[in-house]
Design a binder for this molecule. Structure first.
Ligand code: PRP
Length: 212
C-alpha cells in the first residue's frame, strides 16, 4: 500500500480552488466533490487523504503532524508563527493586512493608540517597529464596529475588496503587509514524504506559470 499523504484544506471557496490544484498535481479524490457534510476523504490508490478544516486551524494540524501539508493564509502564519515549512506562495486568497479608521482620524502621538484586532501579534509587531505605544483590544470578529462605537481609535484587519470598510464608513490608513495563501508542510513530513511533496510543489508551480 502507498504511504498516505494527509492534506489539510481550508474549508470554503479557497479550499475548493486549492483542491483543484492538488487534483491536477496527481492527487485526485473524486468523493470530495460529493456534496455532504463529511470532513475526511481519501483515495488510497493515489495515496492521499484530505480534511476540510477551519482556515485558521490548518497551521495547527500541520505543525502537530495531524496533516503533512496544508494551505494557510500568510496572516495566520505571521500571527501564530507555527513551526512549519512555508513551501510556496499560491497567489490565491490575496488581500492585505491594513490599519483602518474613521475618516478624519488623526493620530495624536501623545496618547496611547487604541487598536482593535483579531491579529494582536501582527499589530503589536507593526506598532513596535514604529515605536508607537498602543493599547491592544483583542476581538474575534466584526472588528469594523470598534472605531464606530468608540471602543478603539483604529483597527488592524484584513481588507480584500474593501467593501466592509466602505459600508461602515472606514478608510485604510496604512497597509502593513500583503497576504496570500501558502502551501505549508510539517517539518518531519517533508523529510519522509518529500518525493510526494516535491511532486506537488513542481506541479503547482507549473500550474501557476500556466495561469499567468
Ligand atoms: C474579513 C475581514 C473583514 C472582511 C474584509 O472578515 O475581517 O471584515 O473580511 O473583506 P472585504 O474587504 O472584501 O469586505 P471575515 O469574512 O473573515 O470575517 P470576520 O468578521 O470573522 O473577520
Amino acid at each position: 500500500m502507498k504511504t498516505m499523504l494527509n492534506v489539510a484544506l481550508p474549508k470554503g471557496r479557497l479550499g475548493e480552488k486549492v483542491y483543484a490544484m492538488f487534483e491536477t498535481a496527481g492527487f485526485p479524490c473524486p468523493s470530495i466533490k460529493e456534496n455532504n457534510r463529511k470532513l475526511i476523504f481519501e483515495n488510497p490508490e493515489c495515496g492521499v487523504r484530505y480534511f476540510w478544516v477551519k482556515p485558521s486551524d490548518v497551521a495547527i494540524y500541520v505543525e502537530r503532524g495531524a496533516a503533512d501539508i496544508g494551505v494557510a493564509g500568510k496572516d495566520i502564519l505571521l500571527e501564530y508563527q507555527p513551526d512549519v515549512y512555508e513551501l510556496l506562495d499560491l497567489n490565491l486568497g490575496k488581500c492585505r493586512m491594513c490599519v483602518a479608521a474613521k475618516s478624519g482620524f488623526r493620530d495624536d502621538t501623545r496618547r496611547q493608540l487604541r487598536v482593535a484586532t483579531k491579529f494582536t501579534n501582527i499589530a503589536q509587531n507593526y506598532y513596535r517597529s514604529l515605536g508607537r505605544d498602543i493599547d491592544i483590544i483583542h476581538l474575534n470578529g466584526s472588528i469594523e464596529i470598534a472605531p464606530i462605537l468608540g471602543l478603539s481609535d483604529v483597527i488592524v484587519d484584513i481588507v480584500e475588496t474593501g467593501t466592509t470598510l466602505k459600508e461602515n464608513d472606514l478608510l485604510v490608513y496604512d497597509t502593513i503587509v500583503p497576504i496570500s495563501a501558502r502551501l505549508i508542510s510539517n517539518k518531519a513530513s517533508y523529510k519522509f514524504k518529500g518525493s510526494q511533496i516535491d511532486q506537488i510543489i513542481r506541479s503547482m508551480n507549473a500550474q501557476m506559470e500556466e495561469a499567468r
